[in-house]
Design a protein around this ligand. Structure first.
Ligand code: ZN
Length: 189
């Protein structure tokens, strides 16, 4: 993975207590870490609160951004609001030697000898997690779907013919079942 100074926190130099770091959400950064090309025009900011304690750090990633995505329903691009926050606890372990405990949910273990912690993978991961699974145009001011009307009309037409096909197929299957039953009843004669 690429190392990015910007995302490194040299925690030994920090006083105990909360510290704030801000990271811009940018196309280049998101792409480099593997974001899908369908997701574009990333913008906004991640605010990290890094609360330093003696043997552990409490982190809060606050995401406030936007990304442009194609709508799942009509296919037109639209800006999606990203608004979420995530907590993470980093526990310091004894040193290089000795067993490193397994990471748990929301808790990672880092040897005390690791004096610089790279935040970039977490920043990326949490921004990605803040992207809703469903990408659908929000309703417009009149409470109607904000989708491309022409595309919706076309989709509705396709939807109708699809359910028609499904119906015909179903009837066909029913007919087939009847045919299969018939030979048995005929055998008895
Ligand atoms: Zn749409």
């Amino acid at each position: 993975m690429k190392h990015n100074r910007e995302y490194e926190i040299a925690w030994q130099g920090l006083k105990p207590g909360p510290h704030t770091f801000e990271y811009d959400i940018e196309d280049r950064f998101m792409r480099e870490h593997g974001a899908d090309e369908e997701l574009k025009s990333w913008g906004g900011r991640v605010t990290l609160t890094f609360d330093k304690h003696e043997n552990f750090f409490m982190l809060n990633f606050d995401i406030d951004g936007t990304v442009t995505v194609p709508c799942d329903r009509c296919g037109d691009d639209f800006p999606l609001r990203l608004w979420d926050e995530f907590d993470l606890v980093i526990k310091l372990t004894g040193g290089d030697e000795g067993e490193k405990p397994e990471d748990e949910d929301d808790v990672v273990f880092i040897p005390r000898s690791e004096t610089v912690i790279d935040m970039s993978a977490w920043v990326y991961e949490f921004v990605m997690l803040s992207v809703p699974l469903q990408h659908i145009h929000p309703d417009n001011a009149e409470g109607k779907p904000g989708c491309n009307e022409e595309a919706l009309k076309l989709l509705n037409q396709m939807g109708d013919s699809e359910s028609h096909t499904a119906n015909t197929l179903w009837k066909g299957l029913e007919a087939l079942k009847e045919v299969k039953k018939e030979p048995k009843t005929k055998k008895t004669k």
